[in-house]
Design a protein around this ligand. Structure first.
Ligand code: MG
Ligand code: MG
Length: 252
């Protein structure tokens, strides 16, 4: 069931979105070679809790972190660990949510740490751009398939592939609501988008094949071929004025 939000509820969701966006900004400033993913997770948790919010993912389905932190060939759901040290040249996907006022925000960003290869940088640029192309399609009257098609067409033209097993989703009082928002699709197909829908659009894009597998930790999803993967996400409200990104950080 898709739960549409009133403009008043969307206003409330802005605060969760703002804190979520800022948490990624804080993470981006803190991240450096030599740091463990557990230390990065702690920086994120302290920021969110300092704002009076709760990290959405802490304890969600039993997850033991405030953020999912996934390195290089890890796609999503990496568990923060004091054994995992971030190195120069890594790409680090940070996926975070904040809960306040009864609502969640959900956003992800893949950071380039130090000197990344041109190949890695091109994957990051392409994935980020595909997110914004998807967001452009998040307007009333369009269909879910228009979003996925925009993402898929762009990334595949650049030689990359779209992860199929995981998708975007509705966001609200629960982090994961209906509908599912795939990063692939056929134009004019799928649920009709309507004003008041709030969805997370989150392309997960692989440098090689689309196939993924889950590690024996029960969480971490990696590319089957061991090549790089990137992940960018925003929570977006569909309004009369078009798509509104709720998870933008505060301007500098
Ligand atoms: Mg997320
Ligand atoms: Mg999400």
């Amino acid at each position: 069931m898709i739960i549409q939000k009133t403009s008043k509820q969307i206003l409330l969701m802005r605060e969760a979105g703002r804190i979520t966006g800022n948490a990624l900004k804080v993470a981006g400033r803190a991240i450096e070679p030599g740091m463990t993913t557990k230390e990065l997770d702690t920086v994120i948790r302290r920021y969110i809790e300092g704002e009076g919010a709760k990290p959405s993912f802490l304890g969600l389905y039993g997850f033991k972190g405030s953020a999912c932190i996934s390195l290089n060939h890890q796609v999503i759901h990496g568990i923060p660990s004091s054994d995992v040290v971030i190195k120069n040249g890594d790409i680090v996907s940070v996926d975070v949510g904040a809960f306040i006022n009864g609502y969640h925000g959900d956003s992800a960003y893949t950071f380039a740490v130090g000197d990344v290869s041109p190949e890695a940088q091109r994957l990051l640029d392409t994935t980020r751009e595909s997110l914004y192309l998807g967001i452009k399609q998040a307007v009333g009257g369009n269909r879910i398939g228009d979003i996925g098609h925009a993402v898929q067409k762009y990334v595949e033209a650049r030689g990359y592939s779209v992860v199929r097993e995981y998708t975007g989703h509705g966001v609200g009082a629960s982090v994961h609501e209906d509908p599912s928002v795939p990063n692939y699709g056929t134009p004019h197909r799928g649920y009709r988008l309507e004003e008041g829908m709030v969805i997370a659009i989150e392309p997960m894009i692989n440098a090689g094949t689309p196939a993924v597998r889950q590690l024996s930790d029960g969480w971490t999803v990696v590319t089957a071929d061991g090549r790089l993967s990137a992940h960018f996400e925003h929570t977006v409200a569909i309004t009369a004025d078009g798509p509104v990104i709720l998870t933008m950080p505060d301007p500098e």
